[in-house]
Design a protein around this ligand. Structure first.
Ligand code: RIB
Length: 305
């Protein structure tokens, strides 16, 4: 692999409470246990790309607190080169409830992540070339995303945007590959909840001249090609915790694209990695290594296309 993946994104400390059942409006539930993990969509995707085998650099912001140092240490342990600005705001946090079947509720407290500005982009994107890939999510301010995409595109680098959490009116002009789940696809396109996400993905791809990859949870994932949509199945697995599975998918997809894989092969690898991630608890702790995938005994579901 000649280039590197530059992740410009969020870093959060994940505070996780496992519960038998997610609460409904007005209900109080008692946690079965409580854990603290390194997280944040940016950091998770950086770790996924590193465990997939890519050289990775991470640009972001953390607080001048012990959590900021903890986040940096976790990334450096993965061999990730970090350029993290320490800012006078608390390190980002996510409060996560995980139900026994793996479903979750997440509340984000952006903190230092929202202190990133367009002033960080010139230094952050320094050294990017056409051999490299810029990977971003939407836990940083939108103007930062827009400026970075423009900077990277001008240098010929490939730009992959994971539109999570979703937002309307995204700056897509400099994006090559957009990764969304079904809900995010509809929100990005400003479509109602009952619209067909894959039909909308095809329209988004055509309108913006990019490839859209839609994750479909247990059903696998789809990608747009030549005006149509190609769907790939997922292996059948027992879900324990879906937190970070999407980030695992995106980090593996970006690495495979950097490595020159076709969209089909990259999506297939990303599906396999995400499927394995849901079988373990936590975001970063559940991200598989490339060697776990090849040794994995999970079976492709027969008959699905
Ligand atoms: O995608 C999972 C991540 O979303 C968690 O790690 C949490 O920090 C939130 O950003």
């Amino acid at each position: 692999m000649s280039g590197f993946v530059l992740v410009l994104g969020s870093l959060n400390v994940d505070e996780v409470a496992n519960v038998r059942k997610l609460p409904v409006h007005g209900e109080t539930v008692t946690a079965l246990n409580y854990e603290v993990h390194p997280g944040g969509k940016g950091a998770n995707q950086a770790v996924a790309a590193a465990r997939a085998g890519a050289p990775v650099r991470m640009v972001g912001a953390v607080g001048e607190d012990s959590s900021g140092h903890f986040m940096q240490e976790c990334l450096e342990r993965e061999g990730i080169m970090c350029s993290l600005r320490m800012v006078p705001a608390p390190t980002g946090r996510a409060l996560i409830l995980v139900q026994v079947d793996g479903e979750n509720f997440i509340t984000l407290i952006p903190g230092a992540n929202h202190e990133m500005t367009t002033m960080d982009i010139e230094a952050g994107c320094e050294g990017l070339t056409s051999s490299d890939l810029l990977l971003m999510q939407l836990e940083l301010p939108l103007e930062v995303i827009r400026a970075a995409a423009c900077n990277a595109k001008a240098k010929g680098a490939r730009v992959v945007l994971n539109a999570a959490p979703a937002a309307p009116d995204l700056p897509l002009a400099d994006v090559d590959v957009l990764v969304v789940n079904e809900n995010e696809c509809l929100q990005v396109a400003g479509q109602p909840a009952d619209a067909d996400p894959l039909a909308i993905a095809a329209k988004l791809a055509e309108r913006h001249g990019l490839t859209v990859v839609v994750t479909l949870g247990a059903q696998g994932a789809a990608y747009t090609q030549d005006g149509g949509v190609i769907t790939l199945p997922s292996p059948e697995v027992q879900a324990v915790d879906t937190t970070g599975a999407g980030d695992t998918f995106v980090g593996y997809l970006a690495t495979a694209l950097l490595d020159g894989c076709s969209m089909e092969d990259a999506t297939a690898l990303a599906i396999q990695s995400g499927s394995l991630a849901v079988t373990k608890a936590g975001a970063q702790p559940s991200i598989p290594r490339r060697s776990d995938l090849s040794m994995s005994s999970i079976q492709q579901t027969a008959g699905e296309t």
